[in-house]
Design a protein around this ligand. Structure first.
Ligand code: SF4
Length: 264
């Protein structure tokens, strides 16, 4: 049994399940439980789906009775990177076998907006940096038009941190295995809003089979954080007509983040 401090429950639950814990006690002070309930967002959060995915991925874990291990949860992006890269790099799923570099994420650790793609491609796998190449350059131009950059206001990462072979979509077990890292990134950064780049990223994050057309133009929620879905920049390279609606999505993002919308 481990003591569970009041922090992000999804991350802590995942870490405890990873460690093989089968009994968890939530320690809250008097009145804190009520506060926790009152603080729950009014919008629907896919917590049950997330818990189901987490549980599926933890069946082989061995018990660990060290209560102090909770202190090891990374509280900075640097600590998280160290954890993922330790001992030759994470091997929690089969994507580790074909990768060259783990592509964890780049950007402002205090970003107001986190952009999430589906997974690294060939260039990203070579460099260890998300969204490089022509699609990445287009994304950087979009950031510039927003008055932001990878250094200021924006963080970019993917659902899975290792390249799926042949650029196929991540498998459910791969995205489940990697999800704790994304949860940890979001817990550290605490963005005002998330932007999913493309259908696959959005379907994995929101645990849905909805089409991109059905997801665009609406505000979704993940762990209480607003989520906007837009086109993947690689799609925009092939379909210029998608640029105008993408800019509308960027204006929505800026509005939710409380940032000014630059004049065109
Ligand atoms: S994709 Fe994620 S979980 Fe799988 S090996 Fe890479 S870092 Fe680990």
């Amino acid at each position: 049994m481990s003591k569970l401090c009041n922090n992000n429950p999804a991350i802590i639950l995942k870490r405890l399940l990873d460690m093989g814990e089968d009994e968890i006690v939530l320690h809250l002070g008097e009145g804190e439980l009520e506060d926790e309930i009152i603080d729950e967002p009014m919008e629907p959060i896919p917590m049950q789906n997330e818990a189901d995915r987490i549980q599926k991925n933890t069946s082989d874990s061995k018990p660990n009775t060290n209560d102090s291990v909770l202190l090891q949860i990374p509280s900075t992006i640097e600590e998280l990177e160290e954890e993922i890269l330790a001992d030759g790099g994470c091997r929690k799923c089969d994507l580790s076998e074909g990768r060259n570099k783990i592509v964890i994420g780049v950007g402002d650790p205090k970003a107001r907006i986190v952009f999430i793609g589906e997974g690294p491609g060939a260039e990203e796998d070579k460099t260890g940096i998300p969204f490089v190449g022509r699609a990445g350059q287009l994304l950087d131009k979009i950031f510039e038009a927003m008055g932001l950059s990878r250094e200021k206001g924006i963080y970019i990462c993917n659902i899975v941190k290792c390249r799926p072979p042949g650029n196929r979509d991540p498998l459910p077990e791969e995205s489940s295995a990697c999800m704790p890292y994304l949860l940890n990134q979001l817990e550290i950064i605490k963005p005002a809003v998330i932007c999913c780049l493309g259908r696959v990223a959005a379907q994995n994050l929101l645990n849905t089979d909805a089409t991109l057309g059905n997801m665009r133009g609406k505000t979704h929620y993940f762990q209480g954080i607003p989520v906007i879905v837009t086109y993947h920049p690689a799609y925009l390279l092939r379909n210029a007509a998608g640029k105008k609606p993408t800019w509308e999505d960027m204006k929505t993002l800026l509005g939710i983040a409380g940032l000014p919308v630059p004049k065109p």
